[in-house]
Design a protein around this ligand. Structure first.
Ligand code: ADP
Length: 315
């Protein structure tokens, strides 16, 4: 099974012709639904066939009730810390070209505590995989990763968003680190003094990308490259069943409608696959996650767009 530790947001989305300028009032097509990287990844992992417990913090409000209702509908077990803050929210404007402006109200997500992780140590320790992101307090994520590591649970850290605080100590707790290009460039700049433009990452040759990954982590790094696909870099001593220390997997062809949440789809599916077949070669998990993420881009939304597709369906 997979324990996902992270954020839940109620997303409020307005699709408009253009993003509003300061002082402007415009009209847009409104929709609302669940979001937050933690919840999106939990839904993806669940629909990819794994048993899921989602560790999060919720307010005593309509958003919290929505989280409970949606988790139940997807068969996700909730371990929710009760917060006196409102449940997390996101206000999202999307223009006709698909560009967005987003304001996050962390609310309850910001009160997910280290104490709550400690209280759930047995739950975390019994998982096959712990999957976490950085939309929650960094010390609580570090605590969860530490508890998992101690118990021999495989840890996957999606170091997102790119502007979240992190330390090299936190990164070391990840058996598998999964930044996208922007997050990868940010981590390189912050932690190992390497200046790389996010837009240049995908074009780097394999040996150079591998060397950059090795500076960041003594363990496996999976850099997601959007429509280009994925780059995988292993420590030479820990190839996780693969025959090569580094390689690329090209993105699957997709009838793209909305790439929001593609990274969340990838991370959830990767964790679900790792939990369901821990002895399979790592490349199999990556190929599945890559297929799963491509499918997720073929419908609108984040959590709502997560396909029902397990590694067995894909094989
Ligand atoms: P994020 O959503 O965090 O920015 P990426 O854009 O890197 O993450 O996308 C994550 C993964 O989703 C990619 O590595 C790839 O597997 C898949 N993906 C993203 N965009 C596409 C696309 N246009 N076509 C096919 N697969 C895609």
């Amino acid at each position: 099974s997979v324990v996902v530790a992270g954020s839940f947001n109620v997303d409020h989305v307005w699709r408009c012709d253009a993003l509003p300028a300061p002082g402007a009032t415009i009209a847009g097509r409104y929709s609302t639904g669940p979001g937050g990287k933690g919840f999106n990844q939990a839904v993806a992992a669940r629909r990819a066939g794994a048993g899921i417990t989602f560790v999060c913090a919720l307010g005593d409000d309509a958003g919290g009730a929505l989280a409970r209702q949606l988790a139940a509908a997807d068969g996700i077990v909730l371990a929710a810390e009760a917060s006196s803050e409102p449940t997390g929210t996101a206000g999202i404007y999307v223009d006709s070209r698909g560009r967005n402006s987003i304001v996050i109200g962390p609310g309850a997500n910001a009160s997910l505590s280290t104490g709550f992780m400690a209280a759930n140590a047995a739950l975390i320790g019994a998982a096959g995989v712990l999957l976490a992101q950085l939309e929650s307090p960094v010390e609580s994520i570090e605590a969860a990763l530490g508890i998992a590591r101690e118990a021999g649970v495989l840890t996957v850290l999606n170091a997102a968003p790119a502007n979240a605080p992190s330390t090299i100590g936190l990164l070391k707790l990840a058996d598998v680190l999964t930044p996208n290009e922007t997050e990868f460039a940010a981590l390189l700049g912050r932690h190992v003094g390497e200046r790389v433009e996010a837009d240049d990452v995908a074009a780097l040759d394999g040996a150079s990308l591998h060397a950059l990954c090795r500076k960041l982590s003594g363990n496996t790094v999976v850099v997601t490259l959007g429509a280009v696909g994925v780059f995988v870099s292993h420590d030479e001593e820990r190839l996780r069943g693969d025959s090569q220390p580094y390689y690329r997997v090209a993105a699957e062809a997709a009838q793209v409608v909305d790439t929001t949440g593609a990274g969340d789809a990838f991370n959830g599916a990767l964790a679900a696959s790792l939990a369901q077949a821990p002895d399979a070669a790592f490349i199999k998990h990556v190929r599945f996650a890559n297929q799963y993420a491509a499918r997720s881009t073929e419908s609108e939304g984040a959590a709502a767009a997560m396909p029902r597709m397990t590694p067995a369906d894909a094989a």
